[in-house]
Write a protein of this length. Structure first.
Length: 273
């Protein structure tokens, strides 16, 4: 018996694919975020997610659905937020692509100044971003106790427990000294130093904002305004030791409150059917 005749005894049958209807059909742009504190307000408890929510809202992009039932491990690069675009070309966008998508949706050409008054203001914005993502973020992270090291050995996000010493500049010394028989491990972080630098940072932010509508006296909201709102909103819902530095400065509280409703109204729940 030749080979083709042998295989003819075992015919290969093909069947059409079984189409599974999506549980949550994507009919509008949907932003995947970390869970919000209030399911009515839709504002994420994660600073990074809230920053992009504020960015889209302040740019004038609205009717964006949000969902928070997806863990970071299921997102692109295992990080939230992720923008899920609807048919006819469903695709997922990481945060770095949200800016270009917002420009295309609004029909705005790329702005070399990114919304700032001039090049000097744009250059100054880099220093304020570094301050927020450095000292302020370190104080915010330090206010939340880290899980025990042994409880994080088998977790995919165990690297996050070292976030505080990773963003401080200069980095703190290791917990083990040069004379220790063990290799350098951990970080010797002085809480009083962090809180002192944090208080100075909040005071500087308050003085620079003053009574302006937008930070750095920009004519329109910028990415820095979105970042500042995200941190102020998160700080105002943190521990008293962190929150008090913001509540002592009425201009920061009033500025955050004036933007909160605007950011909230840009988002909604996705349809369930």
């Amino acid at each position: 018996m030749d080979l083709p005749a042998f295989f003819s005894r075992f015919p290969l049958h093909t069947y059409p694919p079984i189409l599974v209807p999506p549980r949550f059909p994507v009919v509008q742009p949907t932003l995947w975020i970390a869970p919000p504190r209030d399911i009515v307000a839709f504002l994420s408890t994660d600073v990074e997610c809230l920053k992009w929510q504020a960015y889209l809202a302040l740019r004038g992009v609205d009717h964006i659905a949000v969902r928070w039932d997806i863990s970071p491990e299921g997102a692109l690069d295992a990080r939230l937020p992720v923008l899920h675009l609807p048919d006819p070309s469903p695709r997922l966008l990481p945060p770095r692509s949200i800016l270009d998508w917002a420009d295309a949706r609004l029909g705005h050409p790329p702005d070399p100044l990114e919304g700032y008054r001039d090049q000097f203001a744009k250059d100054e914005s880099h220093a304020w971003v570094a301050l927020l993502e450095g000292v302020v973020h370190a104080a915010l992270s330090f206010s939340h106790p880290d899980p025990h090291i042994f409880s994080t050995l088998f977790r995919s996000d165990a690297r996050k427990i070292f976030a505080v010493d990773a963003i401080l500049s200069p980095p703190p010394p290791p917990s083990t000294g040069f004379t220790s028989p063990f290799p350098p491990f951990g970080a010797n972080i002085d809480p009083s130093v962090i809180h002192a630098r944090y208080a100075e940072a909040i005071a500087a932010l308050s003085d620079r904002l003053a009574t302006d509508k937008w930070f750095l006296d920009s004519l329109n909201p910028t990415a820095l305004d979105a970042l500042l709102f995200a941190y102020l909103h998160t700080l105002l819902h943190s521990k008293e030791s962190i929150r008090i530095q913001v509540t002592r400065r009425p201009n920061l509280v009033a500025w955050e409150r004036s933007l909160r409703t605007h950011v909230q109204t840009a988002f909604c729940l996705p349809p369930t059917s």
